[in-house]
Design a protein around this ligand. Sequence first.
Ligand code: PLP
Length: 382
Amino acid sequence: MLESFIPFANPRAAYMERRDKILDAVVRVFDGGRYILGETVGTFEKAFAAYLGLDHAVGCASGTDAIELALRGLGIGRGKAVFTVSHTAVATVAAIERAGAVPVLVDIDEALYTMSPDSLEETILHVRETRPDLAPAAVVPVHIYGHPCDMDAILDIAARYGLSVVEDCAQAHGARYKGKVAGTMGHAAAFSFYPTKNLGALGDAGAVVTNDAALAAELRAQRQYGWKERYISAAPGVNSRMDPVQAAILSVQLRHLDKDNAARRAIAATCSAELAACGLGLPGVAAWAKHVFHLYVVRCKERPKLVCFLKNSGIGTAVHYPQPVHLQPAYRNRLPLAPNGLPATESIMNEIVSLPMFPQIGSIDVKRVCTVLKEYFAAREQ
Ligand SMILES: *Cc1c(COP(=O)(O)O)cnc(C)c1O
């Protein structure tokens, strides 16, 4: 029997599972006649804020915009240094530059892939010494792959140096740090609802969340031309509204988020148990973390061979990310870095690979992925 190809992600599978509810919700938007913001967006914003246990969620057009808006809303722009990691989606860094600030890239903890608090502090001190033109203003920790950063350490450093904290939660819907929900620990947090994310739209969407009412009001103005009242811009803004069609879809998807995350965690548990002895580097999970496995990332020194073997066995993979931001052509030799460079970031970049991970994958396919991996390593040993 020819087995079908297992993709590394499959947002269509979630859509197919909820197709009737999603299409009903979409039809209600079109029939309702309100095509910009309105009640559909407001309903999702309230539900998402309540899910996180926060007062405010402000929908916008993408996760990239959410980071930019959060920084703008906090008054962070020209002449400011914003600290983040190079091991992230390029969107994190692009958004900081769009806000007008200078991204400063710090290293990661090699076992967890998240921001190293030690590297953060060293880099802040380095910027203070070497860049009198830049005022350290904010830190954007990225809860990469669905694993929360060491937030107590990062919040402590931020408080000592007077930095605002904007969590990049694009991969961490529902993740927890010491019981606290990702997105509730900083001054604000940015979410992406890109289709493959743990909470995914069927198009682009994002949101900024916060408990700060004044910031939320500022963000509502910023996302719509700076309007405080209709047609009157209080300050220059942008156009980055959440599409009500996507909001309607997200309200359906949100009801499945906890169940989807539980499925991701069960898949990860199966893979980590099955693959424990085979020679792959498995994802580390800190004692403080509830990991929601946006991605299941393993390490292998001979990645190209492994990827090829999996592909020939009908298994898709991806690399998140093949080049850290500071080595990409758009950013190379241009952004300030940690004083000793980014050795941990560079040591993983040629080894990481994301295995298939989505809630609907099914246990037979999970087993097949594990079996093929074990075959690969067994053959190599002979
Ligand atoms: C997906 C993602 C973003 C950007 O989100 P978009 O909705 O694609 O703009 C930002 N940061 C991280 C870590 C992401 O994974």
